[in-house]
Design a protein around this ligand. Structure first.
Ligand code: 13P
Length: 262
């Protein structure tokens, strides 16, 4: 049974004071059993949030990482630095990084290799644009992103990878993929993983859905058999909304337990 994973991507939001105000209630309400909960603040707030959540089960992740351990790379942050401050997760290849900052499957491949080598859990984002979906290229695009980005991942390191299906047209638009659209894409992604690393890995890997997830639509998305969690943008900035999404993750877990007769 896959443990659901609910992650909040705060993007370029929240001052230290605002981050502290959000993390307080999350520590109380989202430190739960049976769901992996992760928050990904901007790098300015990482240390503060790691400290505020110390001793809780809520993990902290960065939103990006460079592949080099150190160097003359102004503005970049290395995997060594993330591990040093207590980060356990990192988002790689978010569509905003791909579209606005020129990231490619090749940079995803390098970042992913460095992240897993340093023991981080990588949340690797993939997803098609609206034009690609309308041209019936969704699965071709996803396969290309998977093949390029995950090229170097071995059977030993794939357990450190979480995949996030984030259709670009659903991000920040209020137009989430329907549960059926999400399920269809997730099933294809799982099939691809099976072809690459075999059935056991395909059954174990977690695939999050991201794109306009809210307290209102989380449960219907998370009821889909291949939707193992959510990568949440806007709604992760509100404690009550994010908590409700975490609770939807708990319900998914409970339903899976019942189905498995445990
Ligand atoms: P929204 O939930 O704001 O659509 O953002 C999704 C996202 O990009 C998470 O990484």
């Amino acid at each position: 049974m896959r443990t659901p994973i609910i992650a909040g991507n705060w993007k370029m939001h929240l001052t230290l004071a605002e981050a502290g105000a959000l993390v307080g209630p999350l520590r109380t309400d989202c430190d739960v059993d049976g769901v992996d909960v992760v928050v990904c603040p901007p790098c300015t707030a990482l240390t503060t949030v790691v400290r505020a959540l110390a001793g809780s089960r809520i993990g902290v992740g960065a939103q990006d990482v460079h592949w080099e351990p150190q160097g003359a790379l102004t503005g970049e942050i290395s995997p060594t630095m993330l591990v040093d401050i207590g980060c356990r997760y990192v988002i790689i290849g978010h569509s905003e990084r791909r579209t606005l900052f020129g990231e490619t499957d090749e940079t995803v491949r390098r970042k992913l290799g460095a992240a897993v080598q340093h023991g981080l859990i990588a949340i690797v984002c993939i997803g098609e644009t609206l034009a690609q979906r309308e041209a019936n290229q969704t699965f071709e695009v996803l396969e290309r992103q998977l093949a390029g980005g995950l090229q170097d991942v071995s059977a030993d390191t794939v357990q450190q990878v979480v995949l996030a299906y984030e259709p670009v047209w659903a991000i920040g638009t209020g137009r989430n993929a329907t549960p059926d659209q999400a399920q269809e894409a997730h099933a294809k992604i799982r099939q691809w993983v099976g072809g690459r690393w075999g059935a056991l890995v395909a059954q174990a890997i977690r695939i999050q859905y991201g794109g306009s997830v809210t307290a209102a639509n989380a449960a219907s998305l998370l009821q889909q058999p291949d939707v193992d969690g959510a990568l949440v943008g806007g709604a992760s900035l509100k404690a009550d909304a994010f908590t409700a999404i975490v609770q939807a993750g708990q319900s998914r877990r409970a339903a899976a337990r019942t189905a498995a007769g445990r």
